[in-house]
Design a protein around this ligand. Structure first.
Ligand code: 2BA
Length: 109
């Protein structure tokens, strides 16, 4: 069994959850915040049997789009010595940042 941890954009989250649930994947949604932009994003936890892993990844890849985002200033630099003037930066965010872990045990008690 695998545990998929997928960090996605809020705009894609609802459709992604619907599509995963339609295919009978179990999904947990966490409201999260990116460290760089300090903007909201969504983290989904999906536990899947090995034989259904690729199916879940295909849905994530199909639904999640990469987008350009303008940040007024990299939030991580605010307060750094020498970083006095905020300046806009353009970053490409997503589609999805995905971590895959092998699950030792899965139980519902
Ligand atoms: P954020 O940390 O808010 O990052 C948003 C986007 O800003 C990133 O998109 C990337 O394009 C850019 N970015 C991040 N750090 C940067 C830096 N030091 N210099 C220049 N640009 C930078 P993504 O790579 O698609 O990441 C989207 C979100 O996924 C991240 O939001 C963060 O919440 C998560 N993430 C990405 N890599 C991660 C990792 N290794 N561990 C944990 N979370 C991660």
């Amino acid at each position: 069994m695998k545990l998929i941890i997928a960090i996605v954009q809020d705009e894609d989250a609802s459709r992604l959850i619907s599509q995963l649930m339609n295919d009978n994947f179990g999904v947990t949604k966490l409201a999260t915040t990116g460290g760089f932009l300090r903007a909201g994003n969504t983290t989904l936890i999906v536990g899947v049997d090995d034989d259904r892993f690729q199916g879940a990844m295909d849905i994530i890849e199909k639904v999640c789009k990469s987008r350009k985002q303008i940040s007024p200033s990299p939030a991580s630099m605010v307060g750094m010595p020498g970083a006095y003037t905020p300046y806009p930066i353009e970053v490409v965010v997503g589609g999805a940042t995905v971590f895959v872990l092998t699950v030792d045990q899965f139980m519902k008690l």
